[in-house]
Each structure stands twice: as C-alpha cells, then as structure tokens.
Design a protein around this ligand. Structure first.
Ligand code: COA
Length: 178
C-alpha cells in the first residue's frame, strides 16, 4: 500500500489587512469559499485586528483568518473565528495551524478573552479533521444557522470551542519571518 508523504511546513509571515489591501482579503475569500461575503463582513473583520490576518508565502497572500470580538455582559469577551481558509495548493503545509495558533496566542495575551469558537457545517469533514488535530472540541450542542456564510438555506453547524486558559501551543507553529 502506498504511504502518502507528509509535505514539509511552509514558512509564512503575517500581513495585517487594512483599507488599502482589503481587496486581497476579498480575493482569498472568493477563491476559497463558495459563498459571497458582503462588505459588512470585511468591515467587521478589519475592526478585529490584530486577530484578523493574512498569511504571506514568498510575498504572496495564501491564507486568511477573519475574527470578530463578542463582548459579554460580564465584561469578558469571546473571540469568534468567522473564516479560516488556505488556498488549496498550500494546504497540508501547516499554514492553517499556524494562523489558528497565532490567534490563540494573541487571545491568551488579552486578559479579557476566555474562549475562542467556530461554527463548522456538520458536513465539512476537512475542517472537522483540522480542528480536532488543533485541539478544538465540539461543544455539547449543534446549531442550525440561518444565512451561515450568506447561504440562503439554514445550515446545521457544530460549535467548536477552545478555552484560552487551557490552550497549549503545539510545537513548530512559530511564524517565521521572511
Ligand atoms: C481546514 C483548512 C483551513 C486547514 O488548513 P491547512 O493549512 O491545510 O492545515 P494544516 O496543514 O495546518 O494542518 C493542521 C493539522 O490539521 C490536519 N488536517 C488538515 N486538513 C485535514 C483534513 N482534510 N482532514 C483531516 N485532518 C486534516 C493536518 O493533518 C494537521 O494535523 P497534524 O498537525 O497533526 O499533522 C484548509 O483545509 C482550508 O482552507 N479548507 C477550506 C476552508 C474551510 O473549510 N475552512 C474552515 C476551517 S475550520
């Protein structure tokens, strides 16, 4: 039986999105996700810096993570990851894990953030495998979300949660400078 060779991790650097390069963020989304994202999605994501970021490989934007900070009545906050995507030729090279680890590290440095969570459609096996290997666990309930990522039909989603205080960065996820 042929054994699939694991590809070596790629060195990435981070780029903060701004009004000047938001078109790059939009292009990454249009290349990865089938849904179209409204202007408000990008405006909200740009308000959540430095959590929202793009990954550059050889000066080329190959991935992005978009976040939203949700303030709780207690004064604490929850960080919602609205999208995480890596262009398909660059998948399986550790980029998604590095972007997620960077967000968790920033969340840990922010005394107000307790939890980080995702909504993942139940049929997204790729994201499920990825999140499990990154230590995220399914919360005990699933939600049916109307208009998830702009789809017209409601979508069944699992809620993946990671407590910030319990997060231990996996080895080898430092983001190298290029
Ligand atoms: C999900 C996604 C972000 C993963 O990014 P990636 O850069 O390919 O993932 P990585 O190379 O960093 O992989 C990290 C870990 O997840 C695992 N993983 C990645 N893709 C996987 C898959 N399809 N099935 C099972 N496990 C997977 C890897 O084996 C690796 O595990 P390891 O650290 O134990 O070796 C990427 O596949 C993607 O953009 N998918 C389309 C968009 C999407 O579904 N986004 C939702 C994200 S929650």
């Amino acid at each position: 039986m042929a054994v699939e060779k694991k590809l070596s991790p790629l060195a990435i650097s981070l780029l903060q999105p701004s009004d000047k390069n938001v078109n790059v963020l939009k292009k990454i989304h249009s290349q990865i996700f089938s849904s179209s994202y409204q202007e408000k999605f990008f405006t909200d994501s740009l308000e959540c810096l430095p959590f929202t970021s793009m990954a550059l490989y050889s000066d080329f934007a190959v991935a992005a993570i978009c976040c939203r900070l949700e303030k709780l009545p207690s004064g604490k906050s929850t960080l919602y990851i609205s999208t995480l995507g890596v262009l398909s030729p660059y998948r399986g090279r550790g980029i998604g894990k590095k972007l997620l680890a960077n967000v968790m590290k920033l969340a840990k440095e922010d005394q107000k953030i307790d939890e980080v969570y995702f909504h993942v459609p139940v049929n997204n096996a790729e994201a499920t495998g990825f999140l499990k290997s990154c230590g995220f666990a399914v919360e005990g309930h699933r939600e049916t979300i109307q208009g998830y990522t702009d789809n017209c039909d409601p979508v069944d989603c699992h809620v993946y949660v990671q407590s910030v205080s319990d997060w231990v960065a996996p080895e080898g996820v430092e983001i190298e400078e290029i």
